[in-house]
Design a protein around this ligand. Structure first.
Ligand code: ADP
Ligand code: MG
Length: 630
């Protein structure tokens, strides 16, 4: 984290240094010379006022408005009380340290707020648009959809689009954490926020800047602080009661014992007054109030750097205690890039079957569809295709040249009533049928196969290692294919031949058994499950809006190990939060007790306030360091 001080913070630092030097000088003078009490009081007042005049001013204004539990007001009362009890150096020092704490807090909170977006460093400042053959540099917001922009090596791609001209490689690490560059050429998609490395490319924009990936990510991350964790809400509530209680304690301590012990003796009053001041100095709950959100912020920021976007502190909290991970198969555990293994036509030729299948699939974004279109290679005349309907978990139907075709799994064949038959080969079977006057006619099937992601097995074994009890795969694919994948990966459980609605039921069953369930999918037809699980994790979100919107945690790349990193980050954040809460409460409780007994002096009280605050902030900043799974 980079600390860049604002002007206000710099001024504050100078004041603190000046006051500290003066305080040291005053301490030396009073040590060397025997001064009357009023002279000593007077010279200790100088560093006190220099360090804290703004505190005194605000406290005074707050007093007029009746805000007596404001920390500045309490600080004023405590320090003036200390002066009253002849604790001059202490009074001055408390004010000075209080300001050190304030400065520290303002730097930490300020830079963490900025840092998530800065940390990611993906916001493009300008776009070079070509209008009527002339290049002009404009702000990305001014570029319209379908305009041509030019991106030179070293520049950030400002808006999502398609390469029209040029070849280059693109560094996606700011979005995904993945350092291997991706090659792009004509007709490839490029994502805003990535960096163009080697060649000059011309990109035709497909969205506005506001709708681009980069804007969505920044918006998501910047809004993450609005969703509060339960501990945060608890701390806020706690602070509301804690401060008044301690203040009342201080009041009682200042008055009651003295009245009993010796109302006539100034020494007695002074003794209890100091104890009351100790109470007031410890009364500020800022170590908690500041460090808890800061820890969450740090965790979310650190994860964002790795391409893991967590949408709020509440999700961090839930993610930390996930014990069951449910996966979608296609595109999540497997690559989602199917290779055509074989084509078994019926009544027509192999080429005709592939033609029909590709035409039906040409409007679908499902991995199966895209693989079939890719295998077809030839031209598809979309003018002849109409009435395309996608049936989630089953396939598509479409009208081509006036005939209705069905293209999908056995479920779809049963739906249309075609006389289909299964295949002896292992793989995902895509059947094709057409509607005729005499009913549905079976045209054969295409056998396609997907590969397991290299990273998936590692992710599953890491999940086991970190104590996630069950890993379950849900898929719309056939039992045979599902079993194969589940066995190879060593999953606890799997369920096949499910429609999207069945997946919701499966997740609900796990939830009702009391498991803390995270569901991971690619955002294609699994939005309902993503939303139903305790945590929805969308993967491979580079360029997929649906995934970014419906999930609680978004993995920009498509590596399942990102889930492990997300869980470990969340756990680390929670550990830091707990450490801070426990530490702050324990120190404050001890000092309150010691203060009441007259053992703790003002110096210890300052540690209990400012020292704890600073230590808690430093601890919170640790959350920002990404966890490593290597
Ligand atoms: P998964 O649960 O593995 O992500 P889906 O629920 O997305 O799978 O799809 C389940 C099955 O439905 C696929 O294996 C495929 O047989 C069939 N299917 C889904 N969409 C299509 C499509 N566009 N074309 C052909 N078949 C499809
Ligand atoms: Mg799917």
């Amino acid at each position: 984290m980079k600390f860049k001080l604002t002007r206000k913070q710099k001024k504050m630092m100078h004041r603190i240094i000046a006051a500290a030097v003066l305080l040291a000088a005053v301490a030396a003078i009073t040590h060397l010379f025997e001064l009357p009490w009023w002279a000593e009081l007077l010279i200790y007042m100088v560093p006190y006022v220099i360090a804290g005049y703004d505190v005194l001013k605000t406290a005074f204004i707050n007093l007029i408005h009746g805000q007596v539990f404001d920390e500045k007001f309490l600080m004023m009362v405590a320090t003036l009380g200390a002066f009253g009890a002849s604790e001059y150096p202490e009074a001055s020092a408390v004010m000075l340290f209080y300001q050190v704490g304030e400065l520290f807090q303002s730097i930490a909170v300020g830079s963490s707020r900025r840092s998530i977006s800065q940390l990611m460093d993906i916001r493009p400042d300008t776009a070079t648009v070509i209008r009527d053959g002339v290049e002009s540099t404009v702000s990305p917001e001014e570029v319209n959809v379908g305009e041509l922009i030019i991106v030179r090596p070293g520049e950030k791609i400002p808006i999502d689009g398609i390469v029209e001209e040029g070849v280059s490689s693109v560094n996606t690490s700011a979005l995904t954490g993945e350092s291997v560059p991706v090659d792009v050429a004509y007709s490839d998609n490029v994502i805003s926020g990535t960096v163009n490395l080697t060649g000059v490319i011309k990109v035709k924009t497909t969205t506005t800047f506001g709708q681009s990936t980069v804007s969505k990510i920044l918006e998501l991350v910047e809004n993450s602080s609005e969703k509060k964790a339960k501990v945060e809400n608890f701390i806020t509530k706690f602070a509301r009661y804690y401060t008044p209680c301690v203040v009342i304690g201080a009041l009682i301590l200042a008055v009651v014992p003295s009245l009993i012990q010796g109302p006539g003796s100034w020494e007695v009053w002074k003794n209890w007054l100091i104890r009351a001041c100790v109470f007031l100095v410890v009364s500020c709950p800022c170590a908690l109030v500041v460090s808890v959100p800061l820890s969450f912020f740090g965790g979310i920021g650190g994860a964002a750097k790795e391409g893991i976007l967590i949408k709020g502190a509440n999700y961090t909290e839930t993610l930390a205690c996930i014990d069951t991970l449910v996966f979608d198969k296609t595109g999540t555990l497997t690559k989602g890039i199917f290779a055509v293994e074989d084509i078994h036509p019926n009544l027509i030729s192999e080429a005709e079957l592939l033609d029909i299948a590709a035409a039906c699939e040409s409007f679908s974004s499902h991995p199966v569809a895209q693989s079939i279109v890719r295998a077809h290679e030839g031209h598809i005349d979309s003018a002849n295709i109409g009435d395309v309907t996608e049936i989630a978990g089953k396939g598509v139907k479409a009208v081509i040249d006036g005939t209705l075709y069905y293209c999908g799994n056995s479920g779809l064949m049963e739906l249309c009533g075609a006389d289909y038959h299964d295949c002896h080969l292992t793989g995902t079977i895509i059947h094709v049928a057409r509607e005729t006057a005499a009913g549905s006619e079976y045209l054969g099937h295409i056998i396609i196969n997907d590969e397991i992601k290299e990273d998936a097995a590692r992710a599953i074994s890491l999940l086991k290692m970190i104590g996630v009890k069950r890993t379950v795969m849900l898929t719309g694919d056939k039992e045979k294919v599902a079993k194969n994948v589940a066995d190879k990966l060593g999953l606890t459980d799997y369920h096949a031949e499910l429609l999207p609605a069945d997946k919701v039921i499966q997740v609900e069953q796990l939830l009702s058994q009391g498991y803390k369930v995270a569901f991971t999918g690619d955002g294609i037809n699994d939005a309902p499950v993503l939303m139903r699980a305790d945590i929805g994790i969308a993967m491979g979100a580079m360029g997929s809006d649906a995934a970014i919107e419906s999930a609680d945690v978004v993995l920009m790349d498509d590596k399942p190990t990102g889930i492990v990193k997300a869980i470990l980050t969340a756990r680390k954040t929670m550990r830091i939060v707990k450490e801070n809460v426990a530490f702050a409460l324990a120190v404050k409780a001890v000092i309150l007790v010691l203060g009441a007994l007259g053992i703790a002096n003002m110096w210890l009280a300052v540690f209990g306030d400012v020292g704890v605050l600073i230590l808690a902030i430093l601890n919170a900043i640790r959350a920002m360091k990404p966890v490593s799974i290597d």
